[in-house]
Design a protein around this ligand. Structure first.
Ligand code: MSP
Length: 504
């Protein structure tokens, strides 16, 4: 199966924060999981560099917009590997390939009579880069704001419009026949009731500033930043060349987005695509928002979380693990120092790390680093084996359903059961009474440690790689399909280095 997964492209108006890190890591986890499942993965991220918001930030910094975005985009590009993420492409909307692609999409929409010229009069939020109806706003001291507190301004200008209203029924039909496309379910309901509430044609060009993709054949206008930005998902796989191998292989895509930008992805985007005779997205998954120690994260409150600070204090894999084990993917979550320490200590230090440490050191010390292959399992062993098989099945189902926290929980439960099994079987006592039985116990435990580590790899890639190296295994060569055959041989154990030290 082909699996094309995208993050939103990030505005280059500021430096990256935890929200950007969250979406990118989510996609990295899903991408690594799908590679282990033998799927052909293309993982895309990048930066959204046009529009009034970015232009305003450049003006405030007194730097020319192109220079400004060149400087800021680098931070996002560098963050990707610093988060332990492995992408196939990093796209910038100021790149030539993208400008050509956005203009090609525009021309197709013109050719299909999906665009007309008129005048826009109404509210606009530069912070959200979005148009609002007056009914969606609140008035404070004679000024209008969105529900989230973004200020809006009144626009009155010539504008090209996309015939969004025409696509209302097609969108409803599409979603009612494919009700798995938008997840979680509550988001699906929200989007559907929004569409059923009636769609108005959408203003898709601006004339009062210049920092955007020029509208073909009318250089008074630049494209509305969202039509430009959404098109990045096509650009990266070769659009407008529909015969491009990548395009044929990977479209349609899976979009992971924050709940705040669901409407753009689940209403406008599929309508643009259908209007351009292209397939709508395969999946749109909306995740929640993080708060910081209970407070909404905002620049004005000065509580924006810099991912680099968390990584240097707690470690990269600890950060990744916390973000995806603590909160169901789709829900809002609260970041707190207490919560990350507790979570990492309980799951990674006391459970996972401790199991590896005590078993590996025992084998190195007492068995000359070698464990003979064995399947001479008794009922107790078979109970653990069967538990593992069940949890592994659950894990696959959860991951395929984007329920990353539940998938992680299945692994943690296996590890707890395995720790209890070790206590119960006490290989240190068997060493004195029955070394054959000791070997069986150790073989089974190492086997489960290895499989659990492979299952954890998408979430904690560098630690998992390190753990596998204790057992002379290389993750690049492993797929879930190998689980049945991979370990039917003697195992060698190297002296383990400490992983996941306790956080105080
Ligand atoms: N440029 C648009 C996306 C265009 S996609 C064609 C954009 N950029 S953004 O930089 O403002 O936001 C990118 C992502 O960060 C969004 O998915 C948003 O939900 C996410 N987050 C921003 N703050 C967040 C939190 N506090 N918590 C979790 N995610 C949040 O929107």
């Amino acid at each position: 199966m082909n699996f094309y997964i995208t993050t939103p492209i990030y505005y280059t108006n500021d430096v990256p924060h935890i929200g950007h890190a969250y979406t990118t890591i989510a996609c990295d986890i899903l991408s690594r999981f799908n590679k282990l499942s033998n799927n052909d993965v293309f993982f895309l991220t990048g930066t959204d560099e046009h529009g009034q918001k970015v232009e305003k930030a450049a003006n405030d910094a007194k730097i020319n917009p192109k220079k400004f975005v060149d400087q800021l985009s680098v931070n996002f590009e560098k963050l990707v590997p610093d988060l332990g993420c492995n992408v196939n492409d990093f796209i910038r909307t100021t790149e030539n390939r993208h400008i050509l692609s956005a203009q090609a999409l525009w021309n197709t929409l013109i050719k299909n009579d999906e665009i007309y010229l008129s005048n826009y009069e109404g509210w606009y939020s530069i912070r959200d880069e979005a148009f609002y109806q007056e009914s969606e706003l609140k008035k404070i001291n004679n000024k209008y704001y969105t529900k989230n507190g973004s200020p809006v301004e009144w626009l009155k200008e010539e504008s090209y419009f996309f015939r969004l209203s025409k696509w209302e029924n097609n969108l409803i039909n599409f979603y009612e026949n494919n009700n798995e496309v938008i997840s979680p379910k509550t988001r699906y309901n929200e989007v559907l009731s929004f569409i059923k509430g009636g769609l108005k044609d959408l203003s898709i060009s601006r004339t009062t500033f210049k920092w955007g993709v020029p509208v073909p054949n009318d250089n008074k206008h630049v494209m509305y930043v969202w039509i430009d930005a959404l098109c990045n998902y096509l650009t990266a796989i070769g659009y407008p060349d529909l015969q491009n191998e990548k395009f044929k292989k990977y479209w349609p895509a899976i979009h992971i987005v924050g709940k705040d930008i669901l409407r753009f992805h689940a209403v406008y985007w599929p309508a643009f695509l259908m209007a351009a005779n292209l397939e709508p997205p395969k999946k749109i998954y909306a995740h929640g928002w993080w708060t910081n120690e209970g407070e909404k994260i905002s620049k004005s409150l000065g509580n924006v979380i810099d991912p680099y600070d968390i990584i240097s204090e707690y470690g990269l894999d600890q950060f990744r693990y916390f973000l995806f084990s603590e909160v169901p993917f789709g829900n809002d979550g609260d970041f707190s120092k207490n919560a990350i320490s507790k979570r990492v200590n309980a799951d990674l230090s006391n459970n996972y790390g401790n199991l590896i440490q005590r078993i590996s050191t025992f084998i190195v010390k007492n068995c000359n680093s070698k464990i003979k292959y064995s399947n001479n399992f008794n009922d107790k062993d078979m109970e653990l084996v069967n538990n593992f098989e069940n949890k592994f099945e659950d894990y696959l189902i959860y991951m395929n359903n984007y329920q990353i926290d539940k998938a992680i929980k299945s692994i943690i439960e296996i590890l707890s059961q395995t720790n209890a099994y070790v206590d119960d079987q006490a290989p240190w006592s068997l060493k004195k009474t029955d070394t054959d039985r000791m070997e069986v116990v150790l073989f089974l435990v190492v086997n489960i440690i290895i499989k659990s580590t492979i299952m954890l790899f998408p979430v904690i890639p560098s630690s998992a790689k390190k753990v596998l190296s204790f057992f002379n295994l290389n993750i690049e060569k492993i797929k879930f399909d190998d689980f049945n055959n991979l370990f039917k041989k003697d195992l060698y154990v190297n002296n383990p280095e400490p992983i996941f030290p306790r956080i105080n």
